[in-house]
Ligand binder design. Structure first.
Ligand SMILES: Cc1cc2nc3c(=O)[nH]c(=O)nc-3n(C[C@H](O)[C@H](O)[C@H](O)COP(=O)(O)O)c2cc1C
Length: 303
């Protein structure tokens, strides 16, 4: 029997609200409305799942959670779930043949494209300072005998998060773009490096979009138990000198890592590039970057 990921790995305690058995010429079906308290993820979050079972096999699942309704909305998620429950009871009884084969909606992540060290390169400049730093990191991983992969976020199709919260229903994001490869790579990495310039005190838009879309990964961790076990390193460059340009960027990247359970190391912050222009011209900086990464590349304790 082919089941979907949610059924295989569900991490939450469920309570059945309603259940109805339907006898048909195609056999016995059960329609169930299950309530999950997801308050451990967000305060007051409740998920309603309506399932159709053919015998003991789940053939159809519909889920909705209380965070999907905007504030003050007339749209009540429990009411929606109850309407779907009654309509499914009616539909299964009137055309049971449509429910004899499982129909599962999901977005499988790619099997390939993983690496030990994943480098998220946030600058739109393919040959700029962040790109150079990313190549040093790639080389340092190779020296340590590890695989690495750089994601040039500017060149990828990454849409902003739409705040629909449906990732907490099924453990996947409905937005169609290049994110599945990133989600898979982050989940499998042992070290995640964010190489970025400071743009208007924070990170460039494509990197920010990617970070927001990692809410999907947060949902996968919370709903499916797919934990990220990586160390994280931020390497940021800025035009202006001093610590001030990095205040916001460090908060943003820390929040991204903390949300996913990635343990951040001390960041490498390189300022004054409006004057220096080329990071390579800063004496000792390549060694500093390599040393910061290499400290995270020690073989992991498998015990
Ligand atoms: C749109 C834009 C916004 C920027 N905002 C800041 C800023 O707020 N603070 C700062 O110190 N530098 C700022 N910079 C300068 C970049 O951080 C700096 O040029 C950096 O070296 C570029 O990195 P890259 O070579 O990896 O693209 C900005 C540059 C651009 C193009």
């Amino acid at each position: 029997m082919k089941t979907n990921e949610l059924q295989e790995h569900t991490m939450v305690e469920s309570a059945t609200e309603k259940s109805q058995s339907i006898e048909t010429p195609e056999g016995t079906f059960t329609v169930r409305l299950v309530l999950d308290d997801l308050g451990h993820i967000y305060p007051g979050m409740i998920r309603y799942t309506v399932e159709v079972l053919h015998g003991s096999e789940t053939v159809y699942t519909y889920a909705i959670n209380s965070y999907e309704a905007p504030p003050g909305s007339l749209f009540d998620t429990q009411e929606v779930a109850e309407i779907v429950f009654s309509r499914l009871v009616h539909d299964v009884a009137s055309r049971p043949h449509a429910y004899t084969r499982p129909r599962h909606f999901t977005r499988p992540l790619p099997e390939s494209g993983t690496a030990d060290v994943v480098i998220l390169q946030g600058s739109p400049r393919r040959f700029g300072n962040s790109a150079k730093i990313a190549s040093w990191c790639e080389d340092e991983a190779t020296r340590a005998g590890l695989s690495s992969r750089i994601f040039y976020l500017q060149e990828m199709d990454i849409h902003p998060c739409i705040g629909c919260y449906t990732c907490y229903d099924y453990g996947y994001c409905p937005v169609e773009d290049d994110m599945p490869g990133i989600i898979r790579a982050l989940e499998a990495a042992s070290v995640i490096v964010v190489c970025t310039p400071v743009y208007t005190s924070t990170v460039p838009a494509p990197l920010k979009a990617m970070m927001d879309r990692c809410q999907w990964l947060h949902a996968r961790e919370k709903i499916l138990g797919k934990e990220v076990h990586a160390r994280g390193l931020l390497i940021a460059v800025a035009g202006r000198r001093g610590a001030e340009p990095f205040i916001c960027v460090t908060h943003v990247v820390d929040a991204f890592m903390e949300n996913l359970g990635i343990l951040p190391a001390e960041p490498v912050l390189i300022g004054d590039l409006d004057r220096t222009r080329d990071v390579e011209e800063i004496e000792g900086i390549e060694d500093d970057v390599r040393a910061a990464l290499s400290a995270l590349l020690a073989p992991r304790d498998e015990g």
